[in-house]
Design a protein around this ligand. Structure first.
Ligand SMILES: Nc1ncnc2c1ncn2[C@@H]1O[C@H](COP(=O)(O)OP(=O)(O)OP(=O)(O)O)[C@@H](O)[C@H]1O
Ligand SMILES: [Mg+2]
Length: 271
């Protein structure tokens, strides 16, 4: 008779994820500079698959620089250099055989300001799908509808799919960009202050989407909204003074920070 253990052993054999590393992304001894200025030194961190990590810290502490490094958005920025590694499923994102477009498909990004492309609403959603030849023809309509429904935008835009996205509200434009990012099936989504320009209702919509998207997706989100970090994230990283000062389970970082600087920051005592 099969014991519970042997059943779970068989199930884990059948699990397509069993060969995949637990950490989808990791930074190792990562140092980031612009010219002679070091922005962050010696960051070591791993992002477990299917979790949400919040990046917090004062303005200028390097949150965006770190985030943008993770899908090589800084590679061509004037003066940017790095030491150390970023591993995507164990492989360096800077390794010779890596294709930049593929990395950007696997590690998607949403910026603080919504940036719809100058094309119709529908074409925005399927832009990446087209470029990567994931679907074509009538399939694109299905992809567009599915993704717009997923982000809760379908009813608002179904009668104007061929209109410009620029007449949508800021919150709707951000949801459209989220639909576009999700459409190519990323493994990781990088969000840089995704709700800072949104009203409380749209913010709540994006936060509940973030929770709904995990564990299928791994999310790393920069936020100045400490309530948001606490509400949505599993882990929190605190950047300050050129370093990753603290990294831990969100509840611990907020309620029992290990470092005095973290304590001051999460309790609003740091300017
Ligand atoms: N392209 C660049 N060239 C030179 N310095 C830069 C460049 N981009 C950013 N920096 C500098 O790097 C430091 C970190 O900037 P970054 O944008 O990562 O901070 P941040 O934590 O995201 O801040 P904020 O909360 O205001 O968005 C800042 O001192 C900034 O001036
Ligand atoms: Mg920033």
């Amino acid at each position: 008779m099969a014991t519970t253990e042997s059943v779970s052993a068989v199930l884990s054999e059948l699990d397509p994820d069993r060969q995949r590393p637990t950490n989808v992304l990791a930074a190792q001894q990562l140092t980031l500079r612009f010219g002679a200025t070091t922005i962050l030194s010696d960051v070591n961190v791993a992002f477990p698959r299917g979790t949400i990590t919040a990046l917090i810290g004062p303005t200028g502490s390097g949150k965006s620089t770190f985030l943008r490094t993770l899908n090589r958005m800084n590679d061509r920025v004037y003066g940017f250099t790095h030491e150390g590694e970023v591993l995507l499923e164990g492989q360096s994102i800077w390794a010779g055989g890596q294709d930049l477009l593929t990395i950007r498909r696997r590690v998607g990004m949403l910026f603080q300001r919504p940036n719809p492309f100058p094309m119709s609403i529908k074409d925005n959603v399927v832009a990446g799908v087209r470029a990567h030849r994931i679907a074509r023809g009538k399939q694109l309509d299905v992809v567009a509808e599915t993704r717009l429904r997923e982000v809760g935008l379908w009813d608002a835009v179904k009668d104007r799919l061929h209109d410009s996205p620029y007449r949508l509200s800021g919150g709707q434009q951000q949801l459209l960009c989220l639909a576009r990012a999700l459409a190519v099936g990323p493994e990781v989504l990088l969000l840089d202050e995704p709700t800072s320009a949104l009203d409380p209702l749209s913010t709540e919509a994006v936060e509940s989407l973030m929770r709904a998207m995990t564990p299928a997706l791994t999310i790393i989100v920069v936020t100045h909204n400490l309530g948001q970090a606490r509400r949505v994230s599993d882990h929190t990283m605190f950047f300050y003074d050129g370093r990753l000062v603290e990294h831990g389970v969100t509840e611990q970082v907020f309620s029992a920070p290990r470092q005095p600087d973290t304590d001051r920051y999460v309790n609003g005592l740091m300017g």
